[in-house]
Write a protein that binds this ligand. Sequence first.
Ligand code: AMP
Ligand code: FE
Ligand code: FE
Ligand code: ZN
Length: 296
Amino acid sequence: MSDPLAYAIDLHTHSLRSDGALSPVELVRRAAGRGVLIQALSDHDTLAGVAEAIAEGERLGVRVIPATELNTESEWGDVHILGYFLDPADQALEERLRWLRENRGRRIELMVERLATLGFPVTLERVHAIAQGGALGRPHLAQALLEAGYVPSYDEAFRTLISKESPAYVARVGLTPHEAVRLVRDHGGVPALAHPFTADRLEIVLPQLVDAGLAGIECYYGSHGVADTVRYLALAARYDLVPTGGSDFHGRGEHGAPLGGLWMPPATVDALGSRRRSAHALEASPYHDLPVERPN
Ligand code: AMP
Ligand code: FE
Ligand code: FE
Ligand code: ZN
């Protein structure tokens, strides 16, 4: 039996249902093989892979937590909100997620047009084929550019052509960070800030998101040094946030922690669970001045 005090937990992973390279089933198998006991499937703007991941997890002894990652648009840099414990059968939520996925598709179309103008034509058909029906994203475009031979590596596609500072970049139409936190809360989920170092002026944006209902912050992350982790743990303590963590595994050769490569206290998941519904609003934190959410 495994040590109940220490084992691999991965609360941030991506599959083919968005911009990851493995199917949800393959992803859970890979995680199980690496000793992961609790895994969140957190595909961008979709819960489509959750059911099959849970089923495979049940077979292999991995507890799979339904989640999604919402990338947002604002003046605050890359603010990505992870929403945990969401219900794939929630139709109203699915409608909002579908709108976000449609916006993803339109944005990638515009980027394909820009790339053609710049002398790097790829077909939209090829990008869709790479995505295999998953929520479209720049990683699919990067793959297409790599295949077409315009760049020597996947990373270079981002660096030279499709990063925020690059000529083919098109901003998305989407949620603000505040709206993303509220969307997760309004649908009974638990919102956490992913890779906090990508947000600008965190000291200003974080208290605002806490006011909106943010409940967690990703303290354990592949590119964090110990000092980063300690800094985010301190922020978690200051704002009464659950310290979470995950690999952000995509399986596309990007940098970061390997799948299941991060360990965190198992109590993390219980603590996240305890922030569902009214539990959050009932806490006496001075940062939680929201109207009380009624238990449903
Ligand atoms: P999108 O959702 O279309 O804006 O694309 C963002 C996704 O691209 C992130 O979730 C990562 O998976 C990936 N990504 C962003 N920047 C890079 C980078 N510099 N190198 C590799 N992958 C990246
Ligand atoms: Fe991604
Ligand atoms: Fe992210
Ligand atoms: Zn991610």
